[in-house]
Design a protein around this ligand. Sequence first.
Ligand SMILES: NC(=O)c1ccc[n+]([C@@H]2O[C@H](COP(=O)([O-])OP(=O)(O)OC[C@H]3O[C@@H](n4cnc5c(N)ncnc54)[C@H](OP(=O)(O)O)[C@@H]3O)[C@@H](O)[C@H]2O)c1
Length: 259
Amino acid sequence: MVTIITGASDGIGAALARHLAASGGRLVLNARGRERLEALAATLPGSPVLVTGDVADPATAQALVNAARQHFGRIDTVVANAGYGLVRTIADTTPEEWQAILATNLLGTIHLVRAALPHLATQDLRDGYRGHVMLVSSALARRGRPEAGAYSATKAAQLSVAEALRVEVADQRIAVTSVHPVATATGFISAAEAHGGTWARGTSEPVQDPQVVARAMADAIARPRAEVWPHGLSRWALGLGTLWPTLFDGYFLRRMRRK
Ligand SMILES: NC(=O)c1ccc[n+]([C@@H]2O[C@H](COP(=O)([O-])OP(=O)(O)OC[C@H]3O[C@@H](n4cnc5c(N)ncnc54)[C@H](OP(=O)(O)O)[C@@H]3O)[C@@H](O)[C@H]2O)c1
């Protein structure tokens, strides 16, 4: 299976790359920085193809698709994983910050999908599918987080894209999966805090290992499904929150007041 992964040099993307490479997957890996990507590649079997570049640039998506076709002649799964967080109230998020986070988290996803779809649509079927699009969203797609409203909005937008796309490409036998991790022990929080602010986390909030998230993603790559919630309970809790929107307001308000 040939898999393209954006944001693969660290965190969830790197954990998925390790998992897939260990089971013989052929990989095309992306991040902006070359050094960490090369360090990861040196530890993986199967000589992954590396494509550096910012996912906010549509040329990066095209280069990833071209590299997969040139080296492997096929793309089974594209994983739009690259993204970052921002600790900011809605009132304090500047237009430039909105543009930057939308450009990476949302448009970065869309550029990859648009570059890949024409190729996925014309491939032969493999295990019942011509190809598979996997978008790494967040549990926050279902519940905007105070002081991370812009980030949450990008994750909710990815879910909307996945829901619409899944039906649009169903008859072409292209699978679409959105992934909804809870807090995961990666460099995500320190990267978010590098933009300023402190990412407050409640003591009762679950934190998962990136390998747990990667395993759930790899299972869904092998047997595509609509949504992946690596922390099962969060799906039901947030589902309840959609039926009862103020359910989580009190929890977040208490936490903000404490802070
Ligand atoms: N960790 C969590 O708590 C959590 C929870 C829910 C959802 N998620 C989602 O999971 C995804 C991965 O997060 P993570 O926790 O693995 O983050 P991470 O540990 O910070 O890793 C981010 C990876 O993406 C790359 N990257 C960042 N911006 C990029 C860009 N513009 N273009 C290309 N590559 C870029 C980074 O490398 P370079 O800096 O070299 O580019 C790095 O390889 C994100 O979409 C995030 O929203 C994370």
